[in-house]
Design a protein around this ligand. Structure first.
Ligand code: ADP
Ligand code: MG
Length: 258
């Protein structure tokens, strides 16, 4: 603890080709706060997160978190996942079935000293207090997901990767968890890469929206801006515009806004 510099920055340059022909090619800097990754299924969102987490090895690139190089093809650096200080939360994440909520949350905590205080604080903020002695089988999906998130947060990650973590949850549970995350990150100031294909979530979370298509970033910016005046047909589809009309531009009058 206490080892967090303010305002973590992730610099990622990753290229990864699969035999299928899919090619991820992303270069981007992620400052502290939410970055919503948005894009059709198969656009490469999970592959990007896996590369950053060290679960997939890029063919080429360099990943630097704050001052630490996690991966670099030039200098042959490839830090193992457990040393990257990266929290990774997935949809319907598995907890250890034989462990209680408390032990699931504390799993991986090196220092056993102040576990009670840590568990108390995190279960309170996640609104799962009182469940500490239960096993996962006795929890609802929403409670399980909050335990999984609590487990990631207490490990003090310097970067948080979230792959549709709330997709299966009801609206109330979602907004509780999002509030917790926003508050948590006011203190921590780490980059949070948050994958969703839920438009409402993209609007409510994002200061920054990143749209991916076929392994590339095709748009970035304020979600309102990106989604309400989409520069591309594919973004318009993602944004949920149902009627797209082909048309030909006869003349432009930027001064009149037409
Ligand atoms: P998304 O998360 O945006 O839905 P993915 O990153 O999961 O997209 O997948 C991007 C593309 O890469 C897809 O075409 C997928 O089939 C392919 N892909 C993902 N993982 C592998 C893998 N381990 N081996 C081969 N192809 C993969
Ligand atoms: Mg995915």
């Amino acid at each position: 603890m206490g080892d967090l510099a303010l305002a973590m920055i992730l610099r990622a340059k990753v290229q990864k080709k699969f035999e299928s022909g899919f090619a991820l090619d992303v270069e981007k800097e992620f400052g502290p706060g939410f970055h919503v990754l948005f894009g059709a299924s198969g656009s490469g969102k999970t592959t990007l997160l896996d590369c950053v987490a060290g679960l997939t090895k890029p063919d080429n690139g360099r990943i630097v978190l704050e001052e630490r190089t996690l991966f670099d093809t030039l200098t042959n650096v490839d830090e193992p996942t457990y040393r990257r200080r990266v929290g990774y939360v997935l949809q319907g994440q598995a907890l250890f079935p034989h462990l209680t909520v408390r032990d699931n949350i504390c799993f991986g905590l090196g220092d056993k000293g102040d576990q009670d205080a840590i568990v108390e604080a995190i279960t309170r903020s996640m609104e799962i207090e009182g469940l500490e002695d239960r096993r996962p089988a006795k929890l609802s999906a929403g409670q399980r997901q909050r335990v999984a998130l609590a487990r990631s947060l207490v490990a003090n990650p310097h970067l948080l990767l979230m792959d549709e973590p709330l997709a299966a949850l009801d609206a109330n549970t979602k907004s509780t968890i999002i509030d917790v995350l926003l508050r948590w990150n006011e203190e921590r100031q780490v980059p949070i890469l948050y994958v969703t294909h839920d438009r409402e979530e993209a609007y409510s979370l994002g200061e920054r929206l990143i749209v991916m298509e076929e392994g590339k970033i095709i748009a970035t910016g304020d979600p309102q801006q990106v989604l309400t005046s989409p520069a591309r047909h594919s973004i318009a589809q993602l944004a949920g515009f149902e009627n797209l009309l082909e048309c030909e531009i006869m003349s432009e009058h930027p001064d009149q806004g037409t």
